[in-house]
Each structure stands twice: as C-alpha cells, then as structure tokens.
Write a protein that binds this ligand. Structure first.
Ligand SMILES: NC(=O)c1ccc[n+]([C@@H]2O[C@H](COP(=O)([O-])OP(=O)(O)OC[C@H]3O[C@@H](n4cnc5c(N)ncnc54)[C@H](O)[C@@H]3O)[C@@H](O)[C@H]2O)c1
Ligand SMILES: O=P(O)(O)OC[C@@H](O)[C@@H](O)[C@H](O)[C@H](O)CO
Length: 382
C-alpha cells in the first residue's frame, strides 16, 4: 500500500508518517524543503521519540520523498499509484498543493481518499474546492465520484525540532486522529489509530476550541509576560487562571451545542492543560502563536467560539475577548502575520484591525469588549 503525504514537517513525520508505517504503508512524502527531502531519500528511515520518561523510539521505515517544486511530475505519478493521499502543510498552503493533487486525480481511474490534517474546520473540504477549481469542469463529476475528501481532526503536540539528527522528531505520547467515515469513497483506508466518526463537526470543534484555543491563550498571554515556551507560560498563575477561564467559556458553549457530558469535558480540559505543561517538551511560543491573522479569522480558534458563545449562552465571553486582544498585541517581529497586524494597528488603529482580521461587526458587544481588554492589557499587562 502506498500513501502520498504532503508536508514532511513536524506533524507529517511525527504523527501521520509514523501511523502510516505502523499500518504497513510505504509513504512518499511531498515537500518543498530540499534538505528534508534529500535526507529522507538518503536514509530511507527516521526516528520518532516519545516526550516522556520512557523516551521510547520508533524507527519509521519504508519512506521516500519528492521535492514538488523540482519534480512535480513525480508527485503526479505517485498520486496515480497511491492508495491514500494525506496532507499536513498548513491551511494557507492547501491552495498551493491543489494543482498537483488535481493533476494526479485526473490521471486515476481507481477510487482514493484525500485527507487534509490541518487545524481548521473543513480542511479536506477546502482542499476539495481548490482541487475542483484546478480541474476542467467536464471532468469534475467523474473525479468526485471516485475521490473522497473526508474531513479530519488531528491532535498531537509536535514542537519545532532542534535535534542534531534533522529527521528525528520528538512527539508527545498522546494522539488522536478522527476522520469522517461517511465521506469515504471506496474502501476505508486501513490506518491503525484512526477513529472513524460519522460527523466530524463535534470532534473538530471540541479539539480546535479546546486544545488550540488554550494553546493560543498560553502563547499570546505568555508573550506578554516574556515567557519563551508554553510550559514556562503555564508556570505563571495569572496565565494559568486565564487559560482555565477561557476554556470554561469554550466548554460552556461546546457542552450546550453538542450535549457533551459536562464532567467528561472538564476532564478533557484538565488533560489538555497537563499536556501543555509536559516538561519533556520545549514548545516555543512563536510556533504556537504563529500566523495570528489565521488565528484571528472568523472561523478559527478565538473568534468562532466567542461568536458561538454569544449566540448560545447569550452573554459576552470576557476571557475569549481578552484572548483576542492578546492576539492583537502579539508583536513578534519574525512572524510576517504579526508584523502585518501591528502595521494595521499602527496605521489605522485597533478598531480597524479588529474589523479587518476578525470580520466582527462594530455593533456586536464582543467588539467593544475586545477594545476594552486590549486597552486594559496595554495599561496593566495580562
Ligand atoms: N505540530 C503540531 O503540533 C500539529 C498538531 C496537529 C495539527 N497540526 C497541523 O498540521 C499542519 C502542519 O503543521 P506542522 O506543525 O507540521 O508544520 P511544519 O511547518 O513543521 O510542516 C509543514 C511542512 O509543509 C511543507 N510545505 C510547505 N509548503 C509546501 C508545499 N507547497 N508542498 C508540500 N509541502 C509544503 C513545509 O516545508 C513543512 O515541511 C498545520 O495545519 C498544523 O496546524 C500541527
Ligand atoms: O498549528 P497551528 O498554528 O494551527 O496551532 C499551533 C498549535 O496550537 C498546534 O500545532 C498544536 O500543537 C496541535 O494542534 C496539537 O494537536
């Protein structure tokens, strides 16, 4: 069995690649990072090490890689041969891989499934739309009849790596990969470790609005407090309390919306906070806070739960508003999106930035609360 996986980065090698290997797949990674591509082809294997007392190590074998910038025709050929196509490149990169995916799918006759493993609601659905834009209209129906784009939720903290062995990946022991079974076309991919679910929406919203909302709070509040890493941020009591209060808000609307068991959801939150504090992981704030424009988007981890809280609970969520304010204050000079946000605030003010990046309406009480919290953080810190 052959899997083609776009993105040989942290989650690609550290999670998807390791599960594919353990399930008996040969994996062809597709990436634009020539150093990583060359190393994978030279070694033909890499190590995944658990970030706990055990330091248990798995050697992932049966791997090769293609540089899609240099050899696009090899990517297309691999997709033609594939039994499964997956991606973990980041939501903003999905449109850039769509052309090659479309070319590969056009040349196929057998069914296949394409699963995007990004931190967003509807990642595979977005990829499907972008693939269709790259496909001649007359061919779209036939391709969709033989290609599934099931949405997925992927959870495993894989920090940026600074190992001497550049292919080695240190990962947290916990993992979860939920995939929408009802959108599979043909046979279900035989990947051990996938949790098949009939409807992904509750899983992705629970994950994105708990793990990723919480992570963003730790990163943006941690940045204000001068912390370097997520576990360092959590040692600050004010940040820990703000994190818990924010996840109480997201938990309140998630339990209301999906009828989750409230006590089980509290345990889910506690486990996640424990994962953030894992002393065996050094997760830098710039990785977790990366791309604040994406994270401030109306469907993402801060604004979407705040809007849904307003709708379902009928109140303004003060801690989510404070978290959005902290994201607007994230002024890390090496992050191009942070620079853009600061440029907008500097030129046109914070109200203009809120409108532009969150798409919130000025008449929404949440808007005024974000401005208030922004000013409070500026005056007093977090
Ligand atoms: N790291 C985590 O803890 C984690 C956990 C769950 C989900 N995710 C999600 O997985 C995705 C990837 O995150 P990551 O942490 O692995 O990032 P990463 O930066 O480590 O990996 C992304 C990889 O994609 C490659 N890439 C960029 N453009 C490409 C292109 N046009 N074609 C092919 N490859 C390309 C990059 O070179 C890089 O190797 C994101 O959507 C992220 O939200 C990450
Ligand atoms: O990958 P992002 O930028 O969407 O979010 C950063 C982190 O919160 C994220 O990568 C987590 O580590 C991951 O989602 C854990 O499952």
């Amino acid at each position: 069995m052959l899997a083609v996986h776009f993105g040989a980065g942290n989650i690609g090698r550290g999670f998807i690649g390791s599960l594919l290997y353990q399930s008996g797949y040969e994996t062809c990674f597709v990436d634009v990072n020539s150093e990583i591509v060359d190393l994978i082809n030279e070694k033909g294997e890499y190590r995944v090490v658990l970030a706990d007392e055990s330091h248990e190590e798995l050697v992932v074998k049966n791997v090769r890689a293609v540089n899609s910038a240099a050899n696009p025709e090899q990517v297309i050929e691999a997709i033609v041969q594939a039994d499964l196509v997956t991606a973990a490149v980041g939501p903003n990169i999905l449109p850039h891989i769509a052309g090659l995916v479309a070319e590969g799918l056009r040349k196929r006759t057998k069914p296949v499934n394409v699963i995007a493993c990004e931190n967003m609601v509807g990642g595979s659905t977005l990829l499907k739309e972008k693939v269709m834009e790259k496909t001649p209209e007359a061919e779209r129906e036939a391709i969709l009849a033989r290609t599934g784009f099931p949405d997925a939720a992927v959870d495993r903290i894989v920090p940026n790596q600074s190992n001497e062995d550049k292919l080695m990946v240190v990962v947290e022991p916990f993992y979860e990969w939920a995939v929408e079974e009802t959108k599979i076309v043909g046979e279900k991919p035989a990947v051990e470790g996938i949790t098949w679910v009939p409807d992904l929406k509750p899983y992705i919203e629970r994950k994105l609005f708990t793990v990723n909302t919480g992570h963003a709070v730790a990163a943006y509040f941690g940045w204000q407090a001068g912390a370097k890493t997520i576990d360092e941020a959590l040692q600050n009591d004010t940040i820990k309390q703000a994190l818990e209060a924010t996840l109480k808000e997201t938990g309140r609307f998630l339990v209301e919306k999906y009828r989750f068991d409230a006590a089980e959801h509290d345990q889910y939150i506690a486990k996640i906070i424990g994962r953030f504090a894992n002393p065996h992981i050094t997760d830098d704030i710039p990785r977790v806070g990366r791309a604040p424009i994406r994270k401030l988007g109306g469907d993402d981890r801060l604004v979407s739960p705040a809007k849904q809280y307003e709708q379902l609970i009928g109140e303004t969520p003060a801690y989510l508003a404070k978290s959005i304010a902290a994201a607007l204050l994230y002024d890390y000079a090496q992050d191009p999106e942070a620079v853009e946000v600061q440029g907008e605030i500097g030129q046109n003010g914070v109200e203009s930035a809120i409108k532009k990046f969150t798409q919130l309406n000025e008449a929404n009480p949440l808007f005024a609360e974000i401005v208030k919290q922004y000013e409070l953080i500026q005056e007093n810190g977090i």
